[in-house]
Ligand binder design. Structure first.
Ligand code: NAD
Ligand code: LMR
Length: 334
């Protein structure tokens, strides 16, 4: 019996993500929450002949019912970018939305695995974590920023270059989820010979991955950002976590997490390479197990260029983290 609540379920990501989750036999209840249209989306999805029961909940009065007892809460709620905006420009509106949802989760589903999609992810994961701390229900092993789209894009773009099947090409992506904080470790890509790429190709590909979100924002021309590829990535991440936690299968994926989830494991590796012990959150390869994060895996050997990228990412990441953290710690009403 696994209850999954999707918050922001009527949105551009929320709808296709819910459709993909509806196909899983591991989910028994799919609770769809949004401030608009959720009953319609739920009625529609509920006709699909798969295992889970779909329920729709609209508006703050129905939030408790939506989230109560959830095993997994997925949050793609909030506004997306328009051309010319940074993810950080979304902070003010989205932090308020994510705080409200985190408070509900801390009250009604304190043990839920929290999968945060809303941007800026680099700050929203600290927002959720700090709310959980205030409610004394914090477990860093259970709160994740979903950065899977960066992995999906890296596989696609690199496989295109080598004319390979993208599913066979895996690239770890570490750091965070915005511009220069996105660090694809192309030197560790599987099933391609990295040595065949010129320095210029590596740099071009890295930039394309770091700014791939802008490609979509520009092409959508004011109507939003990536939704379908994100729904795919979000479902892949959520189902991997569910399979590991409830299905007893070992699953590994990169995610943006609090390094205190496994301070003696791969976190040491990040602190040493980043040269900054104060970095609290980072996207790292994670092994999931029955309690959420079982192990943060070592980052492994990285190239000189990747090392330089990592150094460049730290300052921005730190300021994103402080912004999210202080949004809650300075909030005397919570
Ligand atoms: P959207 O506008 O299409 O959908 C957002 C939904 O959130 C809407 O249905 C809206 O009604 C709902 N919402 C607003 N306030 C809410 C509240 N208080 N409670 C519950 N729901 C609420 O936007 P989208 O394209 O689906 O994007 C959603 C978010 O995901 C954006 O912040 C976007 O930047 C982010 N995103 C993240 C990634 C990633 O890789 N992590 C990728 C793409 C988009
Ligand atoms: C993405 O990477 O596509 C998302 O973070 C959305 C955006 O604003 O670019």
């Amino acid at each position: 019996m696994v209850k999954v609540t999707v918050c922001g379920a009527s949105g551009g990501i929320g709808q296709p993500l819910s459709l993909l989750l509806k196909q899983s036999n591991l989910i028994s209840q799919l609770a769809l929450y949004d401030i608009v249209n959720t009953h319609g989306v739920a009625a529609d999805l509920s006709h699909i002949d798969t295992h889970s029961k779909v329920t729709g909940h609209v508006g703050p009065k129905e939030l408790e019912e939506a989230i109560k007892g959830a095993d997994v809460v997925v949050i793609p709620a909030g506004i997306p970018r328009k051309p010319g905006m940074s993810r950080d420009d979304l902070f003010k509106i989205n932090a308020n939305i994510v705080r409200e949802l985190a408070v509900a989760a801390a009250n009604y589903a304190p043990h839920a695995l929290m999968c945060i999609i809303s941007n800026p992810v680099n700050s929203m994961v600290p927002v959720v974590s700090e709310v959980f701390k205030k409610y004394n229900v914090y477990d860093p092993r259970r709160i994740f920023g979903v950065t899977t789209l960066d992995l999906v894009r890296s596989s696609t773009f690199l496989a295109e270059l080598f004319n390979k099947d993208p599913r066979q090409v895996n690239v770890p992506v570490i750091g965070g989820h915005s511009g220069v904080t996105i660090i694809p470790l192309l030197s560790q890509a599987t099933n391609v010979s990295f040595g065949d790429l010129s320095e210029e190709q590596v740099q071009q590909l890295t930039k394309r991955i770091q700014f791939a979100g802008d490609e979509v924002v520009k092409a959508k021309n004011g109507s939003g950002s990536a939704t379908l590829s994100m729904a795919y990535a979000g479902a892949r991440f959520t189902l991997n976590v569910i399979e590991a936690v409830f299905g007893g299968v070992s699953r590994t994926e990169c995610a943006y997490v609090n390094l205190q989830a496994d301070p003696n494991g791969g976190a040491q590796n990040v602190w040493r390479i980043a040269g900054d012990k104060e970095i609290d959150y980072f996207s790292v390869p994670v092994e999931f197990g029955k309690n959420g994060i079982q192990r943060i895996l070592p980052i492994g050997k990285i190239s000189k260029y990747e090392y330089k990228l990592l150094k460049e990412a730290v300052a921005e990441l730190k300021s994103n983290i402080v912004k999210g953290t202080s949004f809650i710690t300075d909030d005397s009403k919570l």
